[in-house]
Design a binder for this molecule. Structure first.
Ligand code: ADP
Length: 423
C-alpha cells in the first residue's frame, strides 16, 4: 500500500531545519532590501565592478533626482562635474576602493537638473567569499546645508576679520595723522614765533632807540621831520607784516573749521588789480620790480572783493619776494565766462616736483634762511579761489621764474554761499 502523500512529502527533520533557515534568510534579505530602499536620508546604491548603477534607493532618488528606471544601467560618472570627469576622478575613486577596500571624500556632485550638492561619499568594494570583486556599495549623504552654513560662517569670519583689519588700518592712519598734526603744529609754532618775533624785535629796537634819543636830548626835538617820516614808515611796515601774519593764522583757523565765507558783490577785476598795484608801488620799487600791466577793460563778476584782493596781494608779494630785481607781468582777461588773472615773475622759479606741494599748509620750496615765510599764502589763495568755484594753475621751472594763473567763473556759483558772517 502506497504511503499517504502527506507522509511521503514529509521532510526529514534536518531538511526542515535547513529550509526554515533559508526561509528566514530570504525573509531577512527582503527586509534588508526594504530597509535600504526606505532610507531617505542616505543615497544607498550598488555599482557593478565597472561603475554602472545596479540598484537605487529612495534617498538616492531624493538627492540626485533620478528615478530608478532612469539611472539603473547608467555609469555613475554622471553624478560628477565635467572637470572631475575630465580629470578621471570617478575611475580613480573606484580604483582606490578596489585596492584599499574603501574610498571616502566630501565634494560637489551633480543632480539630474544640473544643480550641485555637497556630498559625503563612501564607496566600499564588495567582494565575494573567494575575494572576487563583485561591485561597489556607494553611500552618499547630502551635506549642502551644512556646507552652506560653514561657508556662511567662514564668510562672516572673513567679513569680521576684514572689518577688524580696516578698523585697525583706520586707527593706524588716525594715529599717523595725529602725529603729523602734532608735528606740523610744533613746526608751525616755531616758524610762527620766529616770523612774529622778527617785526616785533625791529619795532622794539626802534622804540628803544627813540627813547634813548629823547632822554638824551631833553626838550629839544630829537628827530627831523624827514627822519620821523622814515621811522613811521618803517614802523608801519613792521606792523603790516605782523597784521598779515595774524590774518593768515586766522584764515587758516577759519578754513580748517570750514568757516571761510564769501561776501560777494559786483567787482571789476581790472580796476581792483590796478588799484592794488598802484598801492604797492613803493614796495615794488623797493624790491626793484618793474610792473607791466596788461588788462582787458572791465572784467566784472560776482566775487568777494576782500578775498580776491587777498589772492592778488599774495601772488604779487610772492613775485616780489622770489623775483626781486626782476620785472613782473600782470594780465587780466576774460573768455568763455571765465575771468583770468595771471602774475608772472622772472625770479627763482619752482621745481616741478614742488608744484603741488606748495599749495599745502606750511609747505615751502625754499629755506627760511633764504627767504622767510610761513608757507600759508598759497594754501589760503587756493582755498579762496576754489571757494569761488575757480582754480589756480602754476607754470614754472627752477631758475626760470613762475607764472600763477587764477581762473574765476564770472557767473559765479561759489562753493560756499554768500554769508554775513564777519571776516
Ligand atoms: P611763503 O611765501 O610764506 O613761504 P606761500 O604759501 O606763499 O608761503 O608759498 C609757498 C612756497 O612756494 C614758498 O615758500 C616758495 O618756496 C614757493 N613760491 C611761492 N611763490 C613763488 C614764486 N613766485 N616764485 C618762486 N617760488 C614761489
Amino acid at each position: 500500500m502506497p504511503e499517504p502523500i502527506k507522509a511521503r512529502n514529509k521532510l526529514p527533520a534536518e531538511a526542515v531545519k535547513r529550509r526554515n533557515v533559508e526561509l528566514a534568510l530570504s525573509n531577512a534579505e527582503q527586509i534588508f532590501r526594504l530597509l535600504v530602499d526606505a532610507v531617505s536620508d542616505y543615497a544607498i546604491f550598488a555599482l557593478d565592478p565597472n561603475g554602472y548603477v545596479l540598484t537605487w534607493n529612495r534617498g538616492a532618488e531624493r538627492f540626485k533626482g533620478y528615478k530608478a528606471n532612469e539611472i539603473v544601467g547608467q555609469h555613475f560618472s554622471r553624478f560628477y562635474m565635467r572637470s572631475d570627469i575630465e580629470n578621471g576622478k570617478p575611475d580613480m575613486e573606484l580604483r582606490v576602493a578596489a585596492d584599499e577596500g574603501r574610498y571616502e571624500e566630501e565634494g560637489w556632485r551633480v543632480r539630474k537638473d544640473g544643480s550641485l550638492f555637497w556630498a559625503n561619499v563612501v564607496i566600499t568594494a564588495l567582494r565575494d567569499q573567494s575575494g572576487v570583486l563583485r561591485g561597489f556599495a556607494k553611500v552618499t549623504r547630502d551635506l549642502t546645508e551644512r556646507k552652506r552654513a560653514e561657508e556662511n560662517l567662514q564668510q562672516l569670519n572673513e567679513n569680521l576679520e576684514k572689518k577688524v583689519r580696516e578698523r585697525t588700518e583706520d586707527l593706524i592712519k588716525a594715529a599717523e595723522r595725529l602725529e603729523t598734526a602734532v608735528k606740523s603744529r610744533d613746526e608751525f609754532l616755531s616758524i610762527a614765533s620766529h616770523e612774529l618775533k622778527t617785526p616785533l624785535t625791529s619795532l622794539k629796537l626802534q622804540v628803544q632807540m627813540r627813547k634813548r634819543a629823547i632822554e638824551k636830548q631833553g626838550a629839544q626835538a630829537p628827530f627831523t621831520l624827514e627822519r620821523l617820516r622814515q621811522m613811521v614808515e618803517d614802523d608801519e611796515k613792521q606792523i603790516n607784516r605782523l597784521n598779515q601774519l595774524v590774518d593768515d593764522m586766522l584764515d587758516i583757523t577759519r578754513i580748517t573749521a570750514g568757516k571761510l565765507t564769501l561776501q560777494t558783490e559786483l567787482v571789476d577785476l581790472c580796476a581792483l588789480i590796478q588799484e592794488v598795484t598802484d598801492r604797492f608801488a613803493p614796495q615794488l620799487e623797493a624790491a626793484g620790480c618793474q610792473v607791466f600791466f596788461d588788462a582787458d577793460c572791465k572784467v566784472e563778476g560776482q566775487w568777494d572783493l576782500y578775498r580776491i584782493e587777498q589772492v592778488f596781494i599774495n601772488l604779487l608779494t610772492n613775485a616780489m619776494k622770489y623775483g626781486a630785481g626782476k620785472p613782473i607781468q600782470i594780465k587780466v582777461s576774460a573768455a568763455d565766462g571765465i575771468a583770468k588773472l595771471a602774475v608772472r615773475d622772472y625770479g627763482v622759479g619752482i621745481a616741478a616736483e614742488d608744484h603741488e606741494r606748495i599749495f599745502l599748509q606750511f609747505e615751502r620750496a625754499i629755506s627760511a634762511s633764504e627767504v622767510s615765510g610761513l608757507g600759508l599764502g598759497l594754501y589760503i589763495v587756493r582755498q579762496i579761489v576754489e571757494a569761488h568755484g575757480g582754480r589756480i594753475l602754476l607754470e614754472s621751472k627752477l631758475g626760470e621764474g613762475s607764472l600763477f594763473k587764477v581762473e574765476l567763473p564770472i557767473a559765479n556759483e561759489p562753493a560756499r554761499r554768500q554769508s554775513h558772517q564777519s571776516r
